[in-house]
Design a protein around this ligand. Sequence first.
Ligand code: PEP
Ligand code: MG
Length: 923
Amino acid sequence: MPNTPKYVYAFAEGNKDLKDLLGGKGANLAEMSNLGLPVPPGFTITTEACRAYLAEGHEPSGLRAEVDAHLAALEERMGRRLGQPDDPLLVSVRSGAAFSMPGMMDTVLNIGLSDASVDGLAAQAGDERFAWDSYRRLIQMFGKTVLGVDGELFEERLESAKDAKGAASDLDLDASDLRSLVAAYKELVAKEAGQDFPQDPRTQLDLAVRAVFSSWNGERARLYRRQERIPDDLGTAVNIVAMVFGNLGSDSGTGVAFTRDPATGKQGVYGDYLANAQGEDVVAGIRNTVPLADLERLDKTSYDQLLGIMSTLEEHYRDLCDIEFTIERGTLWMLQTRVGKRTAEAAFRIAAQLVDQGLIDEDEALRRVTGAQLAQLMFPRFAERSEDTGDAGDGDLGDDGADGEFRPIARGIAASPGAAVGRAVFDQDTAVEWASRGERVILVRRETNPDDLAGMVAAQGILTSRGGKTSHAAVVARGMGKTCVCGAESLAVDPARRRFTAPDGVEVAEGDVISVDGTSGCVYLGEAPVVPSAVVDYFEGRTAPSPDQADGLVPAVHRIMAHADVRRRLRVRANADTAEDAERALRFGAQGIGLLRTEHMFLGERRKHVERLVLADSDEGRTAALESLLPLQRRDFADVLAAMDGLPVTIRLLDPPLHEFLPDLTDLSVRVALAEARGEEDADDRALLDAVRRLHEQNPMLGLRGVRLGLVIPGLFAMQIRAIAEAAAERVREGGSPHAEIMVPLVGGVQELEIIRDEAHAVFAAVAEETGAEVLFPVGTMIELPRAALTAGQIAEAAEFFSFGTNDLTQTTWGFSRDDVEASFFTAYLDAGIFGVSPFETLDRDGVGRLVALAASEGRATRPDLTLGVCGEHGGDPESVRFFHDAGLDYVSCSPFRLPVARLEAGRAAVAQDGGRPGGDTR
Ligand code: PEP
Ligand code: MG
């Protein structure tokens, strides 16, 4: 008999490590139940059932029977049946995937309620209003998510019920108002959905489960997954949980909380509470919440119990947790917990604090942060930081004060840090449209909801006038690492007129530039000036990581970086072309230069020497041109070798096609034509034009460049090698310790390399002879063509090191010309899901990565001590660094600014390899 999978798990059967199967919500509800915390009873339908449903288009066989059995057990435990007329058991049906996708999928509450049981519920609760409020919520949620009725239509009916009554809030509607509203809702459903709202409780349940399954493939959910790089084939679990009610009066309510501040990492009581409300009211920002601390006054027993549970959860999960809870007539229930999303700065602070508290070790701290988060901390911030200077309306508002300083026009809640500048837009379509034509925009809304997602993705930052740290805008922005200020209540946002007004009357219309500081909560008119981040100041050595530093961020970064440096096996080098870059690279932790490109040494004033070289029609002419370049190059190399004394400096011989150093073909043609028309022909220009025409290529990327140039222009590479050798000899005379490495670009076959290597050895010998200094440096090659990777075993016969040029290797493996494709069709490729991220950003492991792994192993088989590095852009990309570690490379080389990220990720890769679960992923 084939093994039928188990599709349904009681909470008692699950635990927090079963996220893939039970989703984050289900796994953590199980964990909390098993910890003895007050969780309403329930069960979870697995992601496997969802995948089967999506693949087959119907529920997998066996699922119904399992749901029957678990529902019966739940009814038994609760002492009432689903929808039982005189005392109905009601359940919630909640989605929950392995990765949290806030608000992206569906949830239906109060399932089981019907015409037959609404009075029973009223009688049991002793509250008729409550029963009818629950029923109208059910029809509204069910109508929208299960039957596909436009949610706005329900809102309109609700608004007109409020208007008819002159009610300010839904709380002012009484039982009979709500009864009429239910009738209106039912009519609406029948009209819009073409079917009546189902009265049979079990039908309601089955349809809701199906709707949750299907919501996995909803447009919002798909877009979110693409953004967050969550795979498309995971599916969602479905949690069926006995309802507890926060809408049973003023001694009931619902809230969300964090065990620490997710924006800063500070310990304390953070959250929002809403009395007499149900479920999604808090996150949706429908009514204004109160700070969680106020609960102490409202219901001290539940508050104390909640704080106790929060500390139990922190100790148990050894991390910041976020939770959702409901209080039903003074009884506290936990509805959800998970390791909470946090900002980059909170991630570093919390990891360091947890080490101090003895809850985690330093390896674990390293798992809890990511290179992408560190990169975020290195962005500039606005010059004025004013988080502690009070609320909006405190008198010092105005765009540009008398002292010339930028002053905020309003302040809100600093929900997700960063410095965002852009034009104000008030709806998602405009955000998307303007952003697609290259405008930077800030999405301004009263509050956001999941339908605003595309606009949030397109915007530089998000500004809302309502909602707290746990509002939709805040949660989603934090997850995306996007700047957000929410709850700027002093702003009057008028989406219909596309403008907002600040307290002192400043009016901002669509298209006006504003600046939003997600770190301080300030909003500015115009483009506020930015200053470097504190973390960059620290890397630059401008500030020391003193432990008493008030905000603790720099010491936390320092500590985690120090541990990464201890743990990492990969060395880090910089791509740096000048002594100045080299010095910065050293400050940022470089252990050498992995790529010194020499092309900039042929530009500017020096172009004229290149022109002479190209025009030379005799050996003497060519030699003279090269000789004039030699001292210039020597100086360049000597400076860098001095800056990097004692450390390896990999110098790449000239790579781009020669015509890049010559005048533009059109400009020169025009110049020559005009001169000829005036009868003033210039012989040099004429010769130059002929040469430019001769060197013109259809496909320069695949043409006369790299080693090919060195082979075709006699003496060019020899001149560069001589300049390096002479500069090194000079350094030796001065008591230095130069470690140059000669790197040959764009080699496709070993024969090319052999010729240049022999030339190099001849030059070394000559310079040694002339100077008396010992100059003999390694000669190696870039591996940046598929043929080089495929014949790496042969190439290693002649190469003392390899450096993977993954920029060209990606171009030539995919057949993409980077400069052309990124701007033209990459967006379409990303939209079509052909890749989740550009292969020029993150290494394409399956294709380019295989070539790297192959070349590494075959190269080392030939020459066991072959040094392996990478110097393409991927050397500083967090995900790619992990790959290079696993592939056994010796070092990564990247631009100086990305070195800290590479160091951190190299440390994380080493820790991950040594076992333990991968950390730092709180999606
Ligand atoms: C490369 O191709 O990866 C590389 C580093 O060389 P360049 O980007 O200069 O072509
Ligand atoms: Mg290259």
